[in-house]
Design a protein around this ligand. Structure first.
Ligand code: AMP
Ligand code: MG
Length: 328
């Protein structure tokens, strides 16, 4: 079974072809980071226009690379939400047109279910039930995967997502967008214990996150230097420690509450070295992580989630973009 995956929910245009449930035949990703970084964040209209320019050439390239024609495909899987409306429209409408033209069935994928599949690409031994920490620019949540298609949201952030917190912290420190990789880079030569930032909700018995207070704590700390020399590396390292400890506290709480000792993580923040190390070295559970390049948005995870749904018998007559689609 050949599945074409299409991802355009935010600012990455992704196209991939997989065989059966996880064999990656080819994978293309066109990132718009350079286009948006000069604005300090993603400009939705601009992102949609870039998807329009990039998507069909990437589909062509993918088919050429796999040496197949569109008619050879068995399924097209496209992200239908959540995400930016304009970006989703480009992906979904293109996928609908290709599905009609090639007479290939189409399935819409929840972007979050996509993220949940990212660690599975290289992990044959990760089987449900397991816990999935999704940490991205738009989401921070822990999902219990009872089975594929049977998901339970155990808890999420009250305010900012972890990636959003990294991006806002970077902006406070005058660093470029996206902030996560920059903060990680500078944190490498900083002291994680230089500043004692609050670890949000660390000792509560509820699975939930909050990062807006941490961001404000950073802002006040920066203001204290009053235009003097700001120890950016120490601030980055201390901020990264606080985010990581907060995420780890709730992962451990979820393991304790559910008794499930298998944890996967995905989304842009799961590329963070400190978080990867903390997850991998925690002996209370086993960890599965996507390759660093597949932490952020990509089409392989969308193709995998779509193929898995199709195999389970999910069928969709009318795939439409749904920017506020949430529950899995
Ligand atoms: P996504 O929303 O999954 O595309 O991921 C993008 C988000 O992940 C942005 O908010 C980035 O700042 C964040 N991010 C990417 N790489 C890292 C990293 N190495 N450390 C922390 N955050 C990161
Ligand atoms: Mg994402």
């Amino acid at each position: 079974m050949l599945t074409l995956g299409i991802e355009t929910s935010c600012d990455d245009t992704g196209v991939a072809v997989i065989r059966n449930d996880r064999e990656v035949l080819c994978e293309f990703l066109s990132s718009q980071i350079k286009d948006h970084s000069r604005f300090g964040g993603v400009i939705p209209e601009f992102a949609a226009r870039k998807h329009l320019e990039n998507l069909l050439p990437l589909v062509d390239a993918a088919l050429r690379e796999c040496d197949i024609s569109g008619h050879d495909l068995d399924l097209i899987a496209v992200t239908r939400g959540p995400g930016l409306m304009g970006s989703l429209i480009v992906g979904v409408m293109t996928a609908r047109a290709l599905s009609q033209a090639w007479n290939v069935p189409l399935i819409g994928v929840n972007h979050l279910e996509g993220h949940l599949f990212a660690p599975l690409v290289d992990a044959e031994d990760l089987e449900p039930p397991f816990l999935s920490l999704i940490v991205s620019g738009g989401h921070t949540e822990i999902i219990c995967v009872h089975d594929f298609g049977k998901y339970e949201l155990l808890g999420q952030t009250r305010d900012d997502a972890a990636g959003e917190a990294y991006d806002k912290a970077a902006r406070i420190l005058g660093l470029k967008y996206p902030g996560g990789p920059e903060i990680e880079r500078l944190a490498k030569t900083g002291n994680p214990n230089a500043f004692d930032f609050p670890i949000p909700l660390k000792n509560t018995d509820k699975i939930e996150f909050s990062f807006s207070g941490l961001k404000t704590a950073l802002l006040w700390q920066v203001k204290k230097f009053d235009g003097g020399n700001i120890p950016v590396n120490d601030l980055c390292a201390s901020f990264q420690r606080a985010v990581t400890e907060s995420l780890m506290a709730k992962v451990n709480l979820a393991v304790k509450i559910t008794g499930i000792r298998k944890v996967s993580a995905s989304g842009g923040v799961s590329a963070n070295g400190a978080l990867r190390e903390a997850l991998r070295s925690d002996e209370r559970f086993r960890t599965w992580l996507p390759a660093k390049g597949r932490c952020t948005d990509n089409a392989v995870m969308i193709a995998m989630a779509g193929a898995n749904s199709w195999e389970r018998g999910v069928r969709m007559n009318d795939v439409m973009p749904d920017p506020s689609l949430h529950s899995l």
